[in-house]
Ligand binder design. Structure first.
Ligand code: BG6
Ligand code: BG6
Ligand code: GLC
Ligand code: GLC
Length: 945
């Protein structure tokens, strides 16, 4: 009975289909659809991690932005060299792309040569590997008779994970597959290639773009199929890229359109996400690889590992006595003896079994028919698992694209390349079938890249070349705004000469150097209630200020702001001053002080020739004002007359003060080291404490009065109309006076012509005061926006911006106010916000346009800040030299919208001053309450005399 049983068991064993035992043995590798759906969902989650800013650093699936923003549109053209490194073959190519023609119409011509790379090079030092690459390139030029004299743009397909910040810059994150050349990880691969090309010498090569093979494949296939938004490689390694919505790519600025993302899906599972699908064979493959723990998904899928997986399975089964009667050969125990080519051969449709037998015999084994069937089946299960896993990954990607685009069904093409896909007889069919089963609602087309990835790389490069030429033209346009240290030193020297010439009083000078009759900064003894009126930019301010002796922190201020309409700024003088008188009336009503007859200080922020603290003859209007019958008149009188005409209230106007002087005084109230005032606002100007003896106008006056045998003190008393002089000036040994430089006029004599650009000339030409205030027109808020607009107009006319369309908006003067420049240049602003500011201004821009506009604003405002810094360096060095000091500590009181609101202006100004005046330690102190408080302080001092 037992014998019968044994015999029947023996027979049943004999008759068992050998594939069954393999099925049982490799149960874990046979993935069902529900498992594939599960894997697909896990991959979707990994993609999200890789895209998000918070989790991307630690993500296993890296989701690398490629800076490729569009698939080919037919406008690409040019002749390119290409290098293709990272697949099973290293190739050098020449690719010619003709505009507007798909491949089938003969739009692309290619010539290529394969150059072998030894294992030693792949495992040696990176510079040597790259030397080999560039020498091969040079050989190719030679062999193909390509001119060594001409400059050649080059596309670089580099099939390893790189973190790209630009198309032509990418840091190698890690090696994968069969390469681990030392010294490149973390470095810029493009730079390494450029250096190698330089080392080789004798070629003029411009490396314009580096692309991953997936991206290049997508581009190759996209040349003929506009639906191709995915690139897939199943070769030595495996990877996929696809067009992602830019708004989901946290690592790249901009929210508009799409960008190709290189998923580097080979790393899926590196964080354990696939642990429950990993078999002992996968673990063995990983453990003996050059990158253990890395590229887990790749090691289950790609050509470099499939043969090895088959070998490990067959070896284990043999050792268990399930194959070859348990007899193991040396070859079977040797890593790498079964390759992907073997796997493909074993699964060939008709000859598969015969091939299997030949392969096994070659491995020193003695296979039975069943052994052959079993090993062939092992091969099938391993390669089937690979295509299933790829299908699961692809399903995740296609689902994501579908959701991104809010579609229920999706029509899409996947461009594919790689030896496994190309040479394995069953692979493509199996893959297509499973993808379609997993995504029945999607119409997926697979297109084999017929000519490798280099064509695609060349297409990317063609776009890069167009962008590079656009960038070059923008850079060229902006070059004159970029001032060298030497130029800035020269500006400082010019300013210094301007200050000296202005002090000399030999006829009119560009820098006017106007005496202010302010001899001292405040000392804290000021007290009382004062009115301050402030006409500076577009606003008029009326203010009531109360000081308490010795209590600098206890100043009280009440104020009201009035906007001066353009027609009043540019109407008659009488109308303008009547308006001011009316604003004052309103303010006194508001404060309930109509009858108070207060002492008042008048901040009047225009150049005035003063002969006393309360007289100021307007030399010329600036900053867009041009009210008639004011120039040459005493503005204090003009205001007094207007008040008289109103016959409603009375004011005692005690002092007229420039805003720079007011600002210096108001800051000096807090910081006694403050001896300079600076305005970087609508206009640009500075004042500082100068030695009386250096001020020719004052000396001449003194000499004249001494000639009349009067003491200078008496003269000053006289000039100051009895009560209004500063008595301290009489007693101080080192008497000083604050000088309003009116530095905005620097260059009016042509001394800045070397740095003035055609855009500045245009702005000057269109201003109300052509030829005047040339320095101010380079540095102040009123003009910066106009300079920007002139540059944008020029770039647009050149077709480099706004699609070449010059709109009415762009032609409108004044659209770029300082506040918009400040917003556009804010580092915290995403490009989309820049774009929305531009759109708000009526400029319909793309994100690329926004980048250029930001760059233009940056160049113009940087120059302004640097020029102000050069001017300030001249001023502080003059003070230092006046006092015979090696080192000067000084504070500059500052006001103005440009200084206060612009994100970079103040920093650049301070840095430039530091560099150009190294012997001065300059502190910039922003004024808290404007220059009105300073005017009130001056009034207080004058009143207390
Ligand atoms: C080729 C590309 O066509 O496909 C290579 O030009 C790429 O850059 C390759 O790496 C992938 O396949 P394999 O099998 O050579 O790794
Ligand atoms: C203010 C002063 O604080 O600053 C004004 O009180 C001055 O008189 C102004 O003109 C400068 O700033 P902006 O940016 O308004 O020209
Ligand atoms: C590896 C590389 C990847 C490449 C792929 C296919 O996975 O890391 O960049 O795309 O191989 O060649
Ligand atoms: C203009 C004026 C000047 C003023 C400056 C800042 O340059 O001429 O007086 O100080 O603007 O407002």
């Amino acid at each position: 009975m037992l014998a019968v049983h044994l015999i029947s068991f023996f027979f049943s064993k004999l008759q068992e289909d050998p594939t069954k035992k393999v099925d049982r043995f490799l149960h874990a590798m046979r993935l069902h659809d529900d498992q594939l759906i599960d894997i697909s969902a896990r991959f979707q989650a990994e993609m999200k991690k890789g895209l998000s800013a918070e989790s991307s650093a630690a993500a296993a699936v890296k989701m690398l932005p490629t800076h490729v923003r569009s698939t080919p549109d037919g406008s690409e053209k040019g002749q390119f060299l290409a290098l293709d490194l990272g697949g099973s073959k290293f190739k050098v190519l020449q690719v010619k792309v003709r505009e507007g023609m798909g491949v089938r119409k003969g739009g692309v011509e290619m010539e290529e040569k394969i150059y072998p790379i030894s294992k030693e090079l792949l495992n040696g030092r990176a510079p040597e590997l790259f030397d080999h690459v560039s020498k091969s390139l040079k050989d190719f030029l030679h062999v193909k008779n390509i001119s060594l004299e001409k400059k050649h743009p080059l596309a670089f397909t580099f099939s390893f994970p790189c973190e790209q910040t630009r198309l032509d810059k990418g840091l190698l994150l890690s090696w994968s597959k069969n390469c681990r050349a030392r010294g490149l990880q973390g470095k810029d691969v493009v730079q390494a290639l450029r250096e190698a090309i330089d080392r080789t010498g004798g070629m003029d090569i411009e490396v314009l773009a580096m692309v991953n093979d997936t991206v290049a494949t997508m581009m190759t296939c996209g040349f003929d199929d506009q639906y191709c938004d995915v690139g897939l490689i199943i070769g030595t390694g495996t990877n996929v890229c696809y067009m992602e919505e830019l708004r989901h790519v946290d690592l790249v600025e901009g929210d508009e359109g799409r960008m190709c993302v290189n998923t580097e899906w080979g790393g899926f599972g590196d964080d354990g996400a696939l642990n429950d699908y990993i078999t002992e064979f996968d673990q063995d493959v990983d453990a003996t690889s050059i990158n253990p723990g890395k590229q887990i998904f790749e090691k289950m899928v790609s050509g470099m590992y499939l043969g090895e997986l088959v070998r490990l399975v067959v070896l284990k089964m043999t050792k268990l006595g399930q194959l070859f009667d348990g007899l193991v050969s040396d070859a079977l125990m040797t890593k790498g003896k079964i390759t992907t080519a073997h796997v493909a051969a074993m699964e060939e449709y008709k000859n598969g079994l015969k091939n299997t037998r030949d392969i096994l015999v070659e491995l020193g084994l003695n296979p039975s028919q069943d052994d052959c069937i079993a090993v062939q089946h092992v091969s099938t299960i391993v390669s089937f698992r690979s295509s299933n896993l790829v299908a699961a990954g692809l399903a995740a990607i296609l689902t994501r694209i579908k959701q991104n685009r809010h579609l229920r069904a999706l029509r899409i093409t996947v461009g594919v390349d790689g030896t496994v896909y190309k040479t394995h007889p069953q692979y493509p069919k199996r893959l297509h079938k499973v993808v379609r089963r997993l995504l029945p609602e999607c119409q997926v087309r697979f297109v084999l890249s017929d000519s490798g990835s280099s064509k695609g790389a060349a297409l990317v490069t063609a776009v890069a070349q167009r962008l590079a030429s656009r960038k070059r033209q923008v850079d060229e346009t902006l070059a004159p705004f970029k001032l060298s240290q030497e130029q800035l030193q020269l500006v400082k020297a010019t300013m210094r000469a301007g200050l000296e010439a202005g002090l000399k009083n030999k006829g009119p000078s560009a820098v006017k150097m106007l005496p202010s009759y302010v001899y001292h900064t405040p000392d804290g003894t000021e007290h009382g209630k004062y009115l301050a009126l402030d006409l500076g930019g577009t606003n008029f301010r009326a203010m009531l200020v109360k000081f308490k002796k010795g209590l600098q922190n206890n100043t009280r201020l009440y104020h009201k702001i009035y906007t001066v309409p353009l027609e009043i700024m540019q109407g008659t003088g009488e109308e303008l001053f009547d308006h001011l008188a009316q604003y004052v009336s309103d303010f006194l009503d508001y404060m309930g002080m109509k009858k108070a007859h207060l002492p008042a200080g008048f901040t009047f922020s225009f150049p005035c020739e003063q002969t006393a603290i309360d007289t100021g003859i307007l030399v010329s209007w600036t900053k867009g004002f041009k009210a008639t019958d004011c120039e040459g008149h005493d503005v204090v009188n003009l205001l007094r007359e207007a008040i008289k005409r109103r016959n409603e209230y009375d004011l005692d106007i005690v002092a007229v003060v420039n805003d720079t002087v007011g600002t210096m005084m108001s800051c000096a109230y807090e910081d006694p080291q403050c001896e300079v005032g600076l305005i970087a606002g609508t206009g640009s100007n500075a004042c500082y404490m100068e030695e009386l003896k250096n001020i020719e106008k004052i000396r001449q006056k003194k000499q004249k009065t001494e000639g009349d045998e009067e003491t200078p003190e008496a003269v000053e008393d006289k000039q100051d109309d009895g009560s209004k002089g500063d008595k301290k000036a009489e007693t101080s040994e080192t008497s000083r006076m604050c000088i309003n430089t009116e530095w905005g006029g620097l260059g009016d004599d042509g001394s800045l012509d070397d740095i003035i650009t055609p855009f500045d000339a245009e702005v000057d030409h269109n201003s109300v005061n052509p030829g005047k205030q040339r320095f101010e027109k380079l540095t102040s808020g009123m003009y910066l926006g106009e300079i920007v607009r002139e540059v944008l107009l020029d770039l647009t006319r050149g077709g480099l911006l706004f699609r070449g369309r010059v709109t009415e908006t762009l032609k409108t003067p004044g659209i770029f106010q300082t506040k918009y420049l400040s917003q556009i240049e804010s580092d915290r602003l995403a490009l989309l916000q820049v774009r929305s500011i531009l759109q708000h201004l009526g400029l319909d821009s793309t994100c690329d346009d926004s980048i250029i506009v930001k760059e233009v604003c940056g160049a113009v405002s940087r120059r302004a800040a640097e020029l102000c810094g050069a001017g300030m360096a001249a001023v502080v060095d003059k003070i230092r030299e006046n006092r015979g000091l090696d080192h000067l500590n000084v504070t500059v009181g500052v006001d103005g919208a440009l200084y206060k609101l612009h994100p970079h202006f103040s920093g650049i100004l301070q840095e430039t001053t530091r560099v150009l005046a190294p012997q001065c330690n300059v502190t910039f102190l922003p004024s808290e309450e404007g220059s009105g408080k300073g005017a009130a302080l001056i009034t207080a001092v004058a009143r207390q005399k």
